[in-house]
Design a protein around this ligand. Sequence first.
Ligand code: ADP
Length: 477
Amino acid sequence: MTLHQNLIAGEWVGGDGVANINPSNTNDVVGEYARASADDARAAIAAAKAAFPAWSRSGILERHAILRKAADEILARKDELGKLLSREEGKTLAEGIGETVRASQIFDFFAGECLRLVGEVLPSARPNIGVEITREPVGVVGIITPWNFPIAIPAWKIAPALCYGNTIVFKPAELVPGSSWAIVDILHRAGLPKGVLNLVMGKGSVVGQAMLDSPDVHAITFTGSTGTGKRVAMASVEHNRKYQLEMGGKNPFVVLDDADLSVAVEAAVNSAFFSTGQRCTASSRIIVTEGIHDRFVAAMGERIQGLVVDDALKAGTQIGPVVDESQLNQDTDYIAIGTQEGAKLAFGGALLTRDTPGFYLQPALFTEATNQMRISREEIFGPVAAVIRVKDYEEALTVANDTPFGLSSGIATTSLKHATHFKRNAEAGMVMVNLPTAGVDFHVPFGGRKGSSHGSREQGRYAAEFYTTVKTAYTLA
Ligand code: ADP
């Protein structure tokens, strides 16, 4: 089997390979991927540092052409890359292809942004002096990504970093190196000068840590767990570097008495279980007012029982497997904890056997949960959700906001008054009305507040805030 190597200073290097395993079928090895050492990470950082002066001054047409080419190739290969993604991560083929198309759209968007770099020219407060405000690249950007969106998250960090003239050291999650390797290969062949984009696949504690410890990494953008996010923050404060964190969520989805039942059920099922519940924007707290509670729970149960859980690549599969054994154990531990805490496991939660050995879990729905239970406070990151019964809208909003997190917040209602009030008062970075908590556009800001995120927003034009630094220049006329 061919070894997929790391890219350092424009050369494919590294010999020590690790198998990338398919969670739908653990007998299926997706490929062999090199594992970088801390020294490799340091070499990659040095290469990115050396490449920065020239790349930061490169013409906008050069950057535009490379990002455009990447967008075109990703789109042309969407079926193949989508299949690779679903094979290594376990989301359904439709979800894998959809995410691949999204990555192409992101490169396309930032290809356009290269051509729209603007500054401001103002008169000074003093006579005969002019002021210019411009944006410059930050320098070497460290990119650390999680396993749940193997192509979209790397795309939404790499594309703006390149667009605004930064160089990159990129460390993807160990579980899903395949999609990352593919986009780095595409960008490399699209003509990036050597050292501008370096790929170091490997362990967070080794490769990631070497990035955190380097004074030559000027900014780090991280998506992953709260614990690692805190390490990124502490190390970044130490080095006085810019950092951006996207971490967990415990997103509420409120269902009011006046909701359209089918809209509410579809949005709740999507929020809780699609992508196997492995999205930081997934909803695991479904907060339902008492007038619709029993009808909603019955309809949810019916819908859950009809969901097809199977091999991600099989036609008709709606929910793929959990990503690996340790995540599966975490999910089943939380199912046991919920039961011990007194919630009622109303539907699902059983381990499933399929034709191939994989990590199959029936989506689980608890009822009679309270917002104080651990299943309502801690991020589970699997297809496990709990229904919390409340009296009215006011209580629903209080419960929705009573969480350490603040990424996404959803509501199902036909009341303009409640929808408007919820949009204003939900303590979250993103609010969804009659839509799932997950499922966002690529051209508008993404991010949260409270314990979910730190730093400026990702995606859309707001990404410029992180990937550039502002300069104010004064000139005597
Ligand atoms: P998850 O639970 O989603 O795997 P992690 O925070 O462990 O979340 O992983 C997210 C990313 O952070 C991965 O690429 C992982 O390898 C990386 N990572 C883990 N530990 C460290 C560390 N000490 N320093 C830097 N990166 C790390």
